[in-house]
Design a protein around this ligand. Structure first.
Ligand SMILES: *Cc1c(COP(=O)(O)O)cnc(C)c1O
Length: 378
């Protein structure tokens, strides 16, 4: 796109911050300030000494408070992000067989991990069309039930609730993009895991997870059995290290500082309920705009499944949504392209707590302006 034909959105319509990506997502300047503030007493110091262990301890405590963690649950952390956690869970949490609800790419990736494990029975997969979701169910065959709280690839949310007859099945929920932006009852889960570059507005590379006593007991039992578990993926080692506010190997200290800054901010504005309300306000703005627009519509038809943290908006076939995303990008509004494998005429817009609802409003105005002036109608 050459500079001179570039339609320039009037500056008074533009959002104050143009980052609407679903991960990495907007990092608040205060989180970066936190890194600078600790450039000499945390950065470049040992993760086995008190200053960093205190920081990890604060992250554990504040995440527990944000999630409303029951007293006997534990916050565990390790390196490698949610993707590494899928492999770790495959080794350390599935006893014989997993059951996965699949309604998009992220749920499928965990399912693929347990399906490929030669030491497990074939996973039960319950699938729904993208844009919808299956009801959570249990199976007497499965000892673990897994699904994403928010399916980031499609913008579908499923409330984590123990299904009927789930008895000894562990509820292992992917909270990567939901955490911090959707209120829920964590006691309905045994493991709730996340990466820090989405709702926590930090950076990638770490995973954090809450573990119920049943989940810890499961890990202990599997670890005592014959199964070979690579040390890096051993949840037993992660649990033991986390009990000392450490990780098995070296974590990114700057990321921990950003997580702590974001958690402190989230608690200061009123915790999970307030953060969820902020995302819900952004969601109301974007979905109402799409519903009322003759050329746009929410991709997720059922309002109960529509995510309050990642909105997927379909455009009429006359609109070139790819060009729309490119023009937005050229105007400093970035990462609203749809999930690459979904292949729809769509924008995906994140509504994490860090994102100002006024900026979501400004985004709709910027899109309206481009639909008028951007030669987007084919
Ligand atoms: C982004 C995402 C992941 C993968 O996170 P990584 O940190 O890249 O491993 C997993 N699950 C969900 C729901 C996600 O949104």
């Amino acid at each position: 796109m050459s500079q001179q034909h570039l339609p320039q959105i009037p500056s008074e319509l533009l959002p104050s911050d143009g980052r609407f990506g679903a991960g990495p997502s907007k990092v608040r300047p205060e989180s970066v300030d936190m890194i600078v503030a600790h450039s000499k007493d945390i950065l470049g110091t040992s993760h086995r000494q008190k200053p960093v262990k205190d920081l990890v301890g604060a992250v554990q405590r504040n995440l527990a408070e944000l999630l409303g963690l029951p007293d006997d649950y534990r916050i565990v952390l390790g390196n490698g992000g949610a993707t590494a956690f899928w492999d770790a869970a495959t080794f350390s949490l599935v006893e014989q067989r997993a059951l996965h609800l699949v309604y998009g790419e992220f749920g499928r990736k965990f399912a693929d991990a347990t399906l490929a494990a030669p030491f497990l029975e074939e996973s039960v997969i319950i699938e729904a069309e993208v844009g919808s979701a299956p009801e959570p169910v249990a199976s007497p065959l499965a000892d673990l039930i897994a699904f994403p709280h928010n399916e980031t690839s499609t913008g579908v949310m499923v409330d984590p609730r123990r299904p009927d007859n789930s008895q000894d099945s562990l509820m292992v929920i992917d909270g990567t993009s939901a955490a911090g932006g959707i209120d829920f009852d964590i006691s309905q889960t045994d493991v709730y895991y996340l990466s820090a570059q989405k709702g926590l507005g930090a950076d990638g590379g770490l995973w954090l997870a809450s573990f119920s006593p049943a989940a810890i007991e499961r890990v202990e039992r599997i670890t005592q059995n014959e199964r070979w578990i690579p040390a890096f993926l051993s949840l037993k080692l992660a649990i033991d290290n986390s009990a000392e506010s450490q990780s098995y190997n070296t974590p990114a200290l700057a990321t921990l500082l950003m997580i702590e800054a974001q958690l402190s901010w989230m608690l200061s504005i009123g915790g999970l309920a307030a953060c969820a309300a902020r995302s819900a306000r952004s969601a109301e703005i974007i979905y109402r705009w799409a519903e009322q627009h003759p050329l746009a519509a929410p991709f997720v038809e059922d309002p109960l499944l529509r995510s309050p943290v990642v909105a997927t908006i379909d455009f009429d076939h006359q609109v070139d949504a790819e060009r729309l995303a490119a023009l937005l990008r050229a105007n400093g509004i970035v990462d609203v392209e749809p999930y690459r494998k979904l292949g729809r005429n769509q924008l995906r817009i994140s509504l994490f707590p860090a994102i100002d609802p006024d900026d979501v409003e400004a985004l709709t105005e910027s899109i309206d302006w481009l639909l008028e002036n951007g030669e987007l109608i084919r």
